[in-house]
Design a protein around this ligand. Structure first.
Ligand code: NDP
Length: 328
């Protein structure tokens, strides 16, 4: 038997989530069985716990797009019982039952060995949000953005934004953090942001296609009007790594920043990263992310807390990272 947060849909199409005891014959398909220790709450999980958000195909469903734990049984040569592993992406928690459970079964190819020096709790404090933040930083680096440069982080007090701020500050970038919550200024400064930019100062519909050149790089978790405005504020040759759309999926921008300032817009996808990329990004996270600072971003939750937290993350009302102890 194992506990899981199960989302069900009734005949009227209404979804509800509750913690249930399941028998092992209800484990999903796969060649590795994992005893999950920690999982997290991401924006996508908020969608899956609530309405499904178009991500869930079949009910009942167990959400949770990332988790870390210990291998219980393995038919794969890559893992043996007792190995510590973590999972992000591959549509686990969307089309395959995910980490909001004490146990799961899945394809060995989707797992990554837990990096040396990280606990399962720390790995999940990083989680999909942290992996995505690191992939965004690596995308900026590939385009020549370097320590000392001016980098903007949007949606800074969210999961992706908090970790991106921490990594960039630790690597020596001058980080300006955009937030709609002025009360989070001290939190963002403690993570290493040198400047706090109020959301309303940036998040307006585009006024002029080009404005003062301000940023060499940007990690953007918000999209929409915010991204459109930022494109016009990039320095010549600057790069925006677009990671999310917390502010909407549209992009009311013009071509001018691309044509007259050589700005690059790079999309970042953490879901389908090949094994080598994921392993490289995790090794960098273990090395480049100050774990003591990361502690400040964590709030701990239980499986039973997730329905409420899921609703709150969709309203932009969750600060930093939520780590879930599935055995609490
Ligand atoms: P969070 O909700 O934790 O953070 C988003 C932050 O954006 C909020 O905390 C808030 O920050 C800001 N925000 C929210 N709504 C608005 C708005 N309407 N206008 C402007 N700012 C807003 O989510 P995550 O950090 O987990 O994820 C952020 C985005 O990244 C999501 O769209 C998610 O789906 C996506 N994502 C994509 C991945 C990929 O592989 N491409 C992987 C992981 C996440 P503040 O209060 O500081 O302004």
């Amino acid at each position: 038997m194992y506990k899981a947060l199960v989302v069900e849909k009734d005949d009227a199409g209404k979804t509800s989530a509750s913690v249930q005891e399941l028998t092992d014959d209800r484990l999903p398909e796969g060649d590795v069985t994992v005893a999950i220790e920690h999982t997290t709450l991401n924006y996508k999980d908020g969608l899956c716990v609530g309405s499904g958000g178009g991500l869930v195909r079949e009910y009942p469903h167990v959400p949770g797009i990332d988790f870390a734990g210990t291998v219980l049984e393995s038919q794969s040569d890559r893992y043996k019982a007792g190995d510590k592993v973590l999972l992000t992406g591959w549509r686990v928690g969307e089309t395959h039952w995910g980490g909001y459970a004490q146990k799961t079964r899945l394809n060995a190819d989707w797992l990554v060995p837990l990096p040396e020096g990280l606990t399962t709790r720390q790995a999940m404090a990083i989680g999909t949000a942290g992996l995505s933040a690191m992939l965004a930083v690596m995308a900026l680096e590939r385009n020549g953005v370097k320590p000392g440069d001016d980098v903007l982080v949007t949606g800074a007090s969210g999961g992706v934004g908090s970790v991106a701020t921490s990594i960039l500050a630790n690597l020596g970038y001058a980080v300006a953090a955009v937030t709609g919550r002025p009360e989070n200024a001290d939190y963002l400064k403690a993570l290493g942001a040198s400047t706090i930019v109020p959301r309303e100062e940036i998040n307006e519909t585009i006024k002029k296609p080009l404005e003062k050149e301000s940023w060499n790089g940007c990690v953007d978790a918000v999209g929409s009007a915010m991204l459109a405005r930022v494109l016009g504020q990039m320095k010549y040759g600057g790069t925006v790594a677009a990671i999310g759309l917390a502010g909407g999926a549209d992009l009311p921008a013009t071509m001018i920043p691309f044509l007259l300032r050589g700005v690059s817009l790079v999309g970042v996808d953490s879901v389908h990263q090949p094994f080598e990329n994921r392993q490289q990004a995790w090794a960098r996270l273990a090395r480049d992310l100050p774990l003591e600072k990361l502690e400040q971003t964590i709030q701990t939750a239980t499986l039973a807390d997730l329905p409420d937290l899921g609703r709150r993350i969709l309203k932009g009302d969750v600060q930093g990272r939520v780590v879930v102890d599935v055995n609490a």
